[in-house]
Unconditional design. Structure first.
Ligand SMILES: Nc1ncnc2c1ncn2[C@@H]1O[C@H](COP(=O)(O)OP(=O)(O)O)[C@@H](O)[C@H]1O
Ligand SMILES: [Mg+2]
Length: 384
């Protein structure tokens, strides 16, 4: 099937608009080449998705002002449409890697190369470099909330500001944290995840801060903690509301002075980390109850982001379902193309207490059991 291509061009005053160049170069290789100025491309992509005629590829120029966040926002607006960048220098290649663009084409443009890059299937996850954003890491959504979210990610990405992400379980908090990291100047350094609720209280201090040899009976050698592992990168503290009070004090110190002490050490260490936290708890309430330190709350809550539950944004369900079908079909080895309107209505009428994670699981289950190219009502199993 020949792809439908949207060219998001910089400005109408370019001597020869990119669209005309591409239309000429691509000829019969594509079904349609549409054009929109960059500022209107988002609306065009969303409108096409809403009309059931989503674009397959967006082509845009990696000019110096273009940011990774802007590229991702385009991909999300188009229902995870493939993005092909046109680059004149090494900046463009770096940008493409950083924002998870499907491909990058170098100037001077060659018709054959462009046609090839635009028509080819996206590379699978297996080949992707672990540190680079996977294409499936894109945050999908269509309402005003996602615009606001991308705006806020763009605001903080370039800084080291501490970010606090609030939202129910499964709403995408970790995905947002990862996106902040991969959009930041720290993107080549590690992104380290610590789930404060999953690690037993007695081990959490050791996990985070490490120890010196002899600090306790089993400490037969020095151990660097995860904080040190995140040096120059980003530390994501998930379920921060579950952090035990003694550790809250140690974390506060890291936030205030970038200093900490390993268990049993008599020296302080310095660390350069950007901290992003997440919680599904009401921290105000935990503070009022005395189980969360108020001073720490102020420190982590410098730049809050709130992610709405899926039941408040049912308009995202269709986009997400298609995104998850594309995400999982390769590994299942099934050529599933889509979903029937009836099956989609079933998803849309359920309230998803487990949010996007639950939707992803249900789509995956339906894909496992389905026998045809479309997910049908019978494939969708939801609790009553
Ligand atoms: N808006 C979204 N677009 C695409 N995938 C999403 C979105 N929100 C969540 N997901 C996916 O749903 C799953 C759960 O998200 P996660 O970030 O772990 O949620 P949380 O940390 O809030 O519990 C992950 O596989 C994630 O990639
Ligand atoms: Mg999580």
């Amino acid at each position: 099937m020949s792809p439908r291509v949207l060219v998001a061009d910089r400005s109408p005053v370019t001597s020869q608009p990119l669209r005309d160049q591409l239309a000429e170069l691509l000829g019969a290789a594509v079904a349609e080449v549409a054009w929109a100025p960059r500022e209107l491309a988002l609306d065009q992509l969303r409108a096409a998705v809403a009309a059931g005629r989503a674009f397959d590829v967006v082509v845009l120029d990696a000019d110096p002002g273009l940011t990774a966040v802007a590229v991702r926002e385009l991909a999300a607006a188009g229902g995870n449409v493939r993005v092909v960048l046109i680059a004149g220098g090494s900046d463009g290649i770096a940008l493409a890697a950083r924002c998870g663009a499907s491909d990058v084409v170098m100037r001077p443009l060659s018709a054959a190369e462009l046609a090839f890059r635009i028509a080819r299937e996206p590379a699978g996850d297996a080949r992707a470099d672990k540190r680079r954003p996977r294409k499936t890491d894109i945050i999908i959504g269509t309402g005003p909330w996602i615009k606001e979210l991308y705006d806020r990610i763009a605001m903080v990405a370039a800084t080291d500001v501490t970010v606090a992400i609030f939202g129910e379980s499964g709403t995408g908090k970790e995905l947002v944290a990862r996106t902040i990291h991969t959009s930041s100047p720290r993107h080549d350094a590690p992104f380290v995840v610590v789930n404060c609720a999953a690690i037993p209280e007695a081990l959490l201090e050791d996990e985070l801060f490490g120890h010196v040899r002899g600090a306790f009976t089993d400490a037969t050698r020095d151990r660097e903690g995860l904080l040190a592992a995140a040096d120059t990168g980003t530390l994501f503290l998930d379920e921060i509301g579950e952090m035990p009070p003694p550790l809250q004090g140690k974390l506060l110190r890291v936030l205030q002075s970038q200093e900490f002490r390993r268990i049993g050490d008599d020296q302080d260490r310095r660390v350069d980390v950007r901290i992003v936290t997440a919680t599904n708890r009401d921290l105000d309430q935990l503070v009022a109850r005395g189980s969360f330190r108020q001073d720490l709350y102020y420190r982590i809550n410098v730049f809050p982001m709130h992610i709405p539950p899926l039941r408040d944004r049912a308009e995202d369900i269709a986009l997400l379902v298609h995104h998850f079908i594309a995400k999982h079909r390769g590994r299942l080895g099934k050529s599933i193309e889509g979903i029937t309107p009836g099956a989609l209505r079933r998803f849309a009428s359920y309230d998803f207490p487990g949010n996007v994670r639950e939707l992803e699981n249900k789509v995956h289950q339906a894909m496992v059991v389905t026998e045809g190219p479309m997910l049908t009502e019978a494939d969708v199993v939801l609790p009553l």
